[in-house]
Design a protein around this ligand. Structure first.
Ligand code: HEM
Length: 173
């Protein structure tokens, strides 16, 4: 049961840090500044979403949910682990820039949604790793943890990267 607390602690710690930290709005990102930061973060955020979708595809394959594809060979599992690690590493500099430059922001519904989704992402990541490592969980726990992680990545992307790439507008709203 204590394991269940860890994702909550990680999420709460990030939210707390984002609230108490003084934003550094002019913070650079891999040598870019101003609009260049938003552009680069939006592109890397889109790459992150792409990796998340590949993960979804590989997971469905491993669970035998893709009609027409034979049972997933062992290397599909290996690829899933490596791409998962790559996605995690890619997310770190983006989230680090966000939390140090803006903190957790409640200036509007979009900012609040994005900030909370960004912090929840790491709680969801910890939950996914715990469920993968401890095989005692019921069968639905892994798809639930993986699905939550992909959903949170999609919400983080939708509420910031897509908003920017779509001319500072939410598509469909
Ligand atoms: C610790 C987690 C995170 C926090 C607290 C956070 C917070 C923020 C905040 C407050 C903004 C400014 C919103 C605005 O005024 O427009 C922002 C912008 C942005 N975030 Fe995040 N974010 C986090 C994680 C992520 C992740 C994982 C992604 C990847 C999809 C991401 C991508 C972006 C992008 C592309 C922007 C717009 C560019 C910019 O304004 O610099 N963020 N974030």
């Amino acid at each position: 049961m204590l394991w269940l607390l860890l994702p909550l602690v990680v999420t709460a710690a990030l939210i707390w840090f984002g609230l108490v930290h003084t934003p550094e709005y002019r913070r650079r990102f891999f040598g870019t500044h101003g609009l260049g930061v938003i552009q680069l973060k939006s592109q890397l955020g889109s790459a992150l979403l792409g990796l998340a979708l590949i993960q979804l595809f590989l997971a469905l394959w491993m669970y035998g949910r893709l009609p027409g594809l034979r049972a997933a060979p062992h290397r599909v599992g290996t690829a899933h682990r490596l791409i998962g690690l790559l996605a995690f590493l890619l997310s770190i500099p983006i989230a680090q820039q966000c939390i140090l430059a803006y903190g957790v922001s409640f200036t509007g519904p979009r900012e609040a949604l994005h900030s909370l989704a960004g912090c929840f992402l790491y709680g969801a990541f910890v939950a996914k790793v715990i469920v993968v490592r401890h095989r005692r969980w019921p069968g639905w726990a892994l798809p639930l943890a993986g699905g939550t992680l992909i959903t949170v990545i999609a919400v983080s992307w939708y509420s910031a990267a897509l908003w920017f790439l779509n001319g500072f507008r939410f598509p469909g709203l």
